[in-house]
Design a protein around this ligand. Sequence first.
Ligand code: TRP
Length: 466
Amino acid sequence: MSQSRVVHNQWSSRLAFLMAAVGSAVGLGNIWKFPYITGEYGGGAFVLVYLLCVAFIGIPVMMAEILLGRRGRRSPINTMRELAAAERASPVWGLVGWGGVVAGFLILSFYSVVAGWALDYVLKAALGAFDGLNGQSAGALFQSLTDSPRRLLFWHSVFMVMTMVVVANGVRSGLERLVTWLMPMLFLLLALLVGYAMAAGDFARGWHFLFDFDFARVFQACDAAGQCHFTAEPLLVAMGHSFFTLSLGMGAIMVYGSYMPREASIAGSTVMIAVADTLVALMAGLAIFPLVFANGLQPASGPGLVFVSLPIAFGAMPGGQLFGTLFFVLLVFAAWSSSISLVEPAVAWLSENRRMSRGRASLLVGGLAWFLGIGSALSFNLWSGDAYKVFGKTIFDLKDFLTTNIMLPLGGLAIALFAGWAVGRRLSEEELAMRSPRMYGLWRFSIRYMAPGGIVLVFLNAIGVV
Ligand code: TRP
């Protein structure tokens, strides 16, 4: 029998679950990361692979996470363990929950540093620091931030405290209020920015960059001497990003699902979350790339892309001080509602098993993530040299690569296998409660064959087997 307390917390409504899940999905992944990796991996074909992964792997896996969470009604660690016991599967499945907790810490420890950049840029925007920026001075402005360990650590700390305050207050009172008005506003402002990019940027070029599928160019890596060879890395990164942007593979959506009311539709919610998340990412791309090209910036200029391209636009547009401030405020909010879900599995487990108050659990978890984050902040300055690199990557890049491209897809693979093979058909059929048996059949096929097959193929491809 279980020794853990059931999490009785529940969202107040179906809409609240939806908002929270969209809040978790939409974040820096959409606005900061998607444009910058798309720029790095050459555009269109990369975008196409990412979209295919969202549709064919992300959606079935998200449904699996929600259904397992809602059936288990506990933290992911205990949900996996107890469902495994109830379905006579191996207790080893509990490791999926643990892996998720570790991944959550690692992700938050670099996520928080980037959210800190956004906090710094709120101030910059409000003080009019963007006035008259051009490509060069915007780059220098960003660099002067990342050069400073003290400022990065300061903002990283501020963001971590913000996250922990909401987590300590519990998902209902803390999070619901935060996200219900936030998402629509972010959406509106992004639409406005796309409009500006249409008017003032090189929109056609941005559009073609995002949507022309030039596979030959994307799957080719060229060295300094101009020698080119095939590379599967974009495939791995696009798949990894589909997990990252949907918050999948580490139990975040599972734990949110455990607070979901019985009567809400899992399939319907999943589709809405995936569509909203994808729209925000594409809108961010459509706002940013036209400005990148119009201002002579490089699409492949790395993690600073958003923080360099948009300030130029804000500095030039009428009302830019207001819109710029608003934009970075909203970006902070989007990051905030995402970061919460990164630690919720750990905090839920601590309050179930260790009978810790949410306040104490948050303090513990936040303290650890903050500590791990120091390395991410220093990756841009004191520890940016080769002496501090592992496999040619800074600590920041390494944590990002390891979690996004390895741990999340592995977690997703395990969740798919668990929901499709280890757990009986009756459980998933009952929990998904889909009106059409054909649709259920489609999901079951996807979770048993398509999603695991896709993930394994991409992995094999990445290590050069296929
Ligand atoms: N999806 C969020 C984003 O795009 C980040 C995030 C929140 C996340 N929770 C997660 C990523 C869980 C992976 C797993 O910004």
